[in-house]
Design a protein around this ligand. Structure first.
Ligand SMILES: Nc1nc2c(c(=O)[nH]1)N[C@@H](CN(C=O)c1ccc(C(=O)N[C@@H](CCC(=O)O)C(=O)O)cc1)CN2
Length: 284
């Protein structure tokens, strides 16, 4: 079997065109969705992601502001800034780029953001809403994966989904989104014994472990749907957690790295920002 490749990049482009029209309609109602992205320090990968977020926002007509703060910013200074942004009525979405420097506690910062402006979907209130099956802001990478599966006409209900990785950003929320859509979900992680015994049972395998080449064709059965969330740099080259060549010989569908899940992350952030503005302005 030679897998059908699901390109997130192409889907992201289509969705962004639709969003551009929606933003222009909102402008007619005097609603100008605004996203503020805050970055602390100058980590090159994080800098590249936040610049990508700003470019993508501007391209679809969102108001956007990138706040670049020095590595020396204290936790209190960051919390005070978030407080100001929470109160600023022109701001609809607030995102603090992760990871943060060691002297700042991620969870304190996440919990300081007004849940109605939490376009990352990381605030415990939004996590709780996801857990209880309520409408909310879903974390961008998991949400992007769900949209990719649906647009590729993949049925989720009744499927056995095996997820490798249990981060708050990807592994846990994607499992919950899939469970909410009636999948049977198995979570694997660094302490899971006999990983291959699990991956071989997957109808859909989601790999978000951050380990280049963790999964190869030998780890899956014919016809598995493989979603690679890994973003690893090996000898300067971007590569996923899945050995694309061997896995695509057995998989029915597979996402590449780059141009797979990654571009959908930023696209769903744009979606969440528009949603935040509509909710704040009580616009259907
Ligand atoms: N506050 C947040 N911080 C972080 C998040 C997040 O969702 N919210 N996710 C990741 C990084 N991330 C977005 O911030 C992100 C990762 C990858 C991509 C992407 O488009 N990848 C491209 C390749 C880009 C490249 O060349 O490096 C691809 O896979 O094709 C976008 C966003 C951690 N932090």
């Amino acid at each position: 079997m030679s897998a059908e490749v699901i390109y997130g990049k192409q889907l992201a482009e289509e969705l962004r065109q639709e969003m551009k029209k929606e933003v222009s309609e909102l402008h007619k109602h005097n609603i100008h969705p605004k996203l503020v992205v805050v970055i602390i320090g100058q980590d090159p990968a994080s800098m590249s992601y936040v610049k990508g977020k700003q470019r993508a926002s501007e391209k679809i007509g969102l108001d956007s502001e990138l706040m670049e703060l020095p590595e020396s910013t204290s936790e209190k200074e960051l919390l005070d800034l978030i407080d100001q942004l929470n109160q600023d009525q022109t701001v609809h979405g607030i995102l603090v780029q992760l990871p943060l420097p060691n002297h700042i506690e991620d969870q304190k910062v996440i919990e300081a953001i007004n849940p109605e402006k939490d376009v990352d979907g990381f605030h415990p209130i939004n996590v709780g809403r996801l857990l209880t099956g309520q409408e909310t802001f879903y974390p961008c990478t998991p949400y992007g994966i769900m949209v990719m599966l649906k647009r590729a006409n993949i049925t989720i209900e009744g499927k056995h989904v095996v997820i490798i990785g249990r981060s708050n950003l990807v592994g846990k929320p994607v499992g919950q989104l899939l469970l909410n859509e009636n999948a049977t979900v198995t979570h694997c992680h660094s302490r899971t014994k006999n990983l291959r015994d699990h991956t071989k049972q997957a109808d859909i395998l989601i790999v978000a472990a951050g380990k280049a080449g963790l999964i190869s064709g030998d780890d899956i059965e014919e016809g598995t749907i493989v979603i690679d969330v890994g973003v690893n740099r090996v000898d300067g080259k971007l590569t996923g957690d899945v050995d694309f060549e061997s896995a695509s010989e057995k998989a029915s569908h597979i996402t590449p790295v780059p141009k797979g899940v990654g571009p959908m992350t930023i696209t769903m952030l744009l979606h969440n920002t528009i949603k935040a503005a509509k909710r704040i302005h009580n616009h259907q």
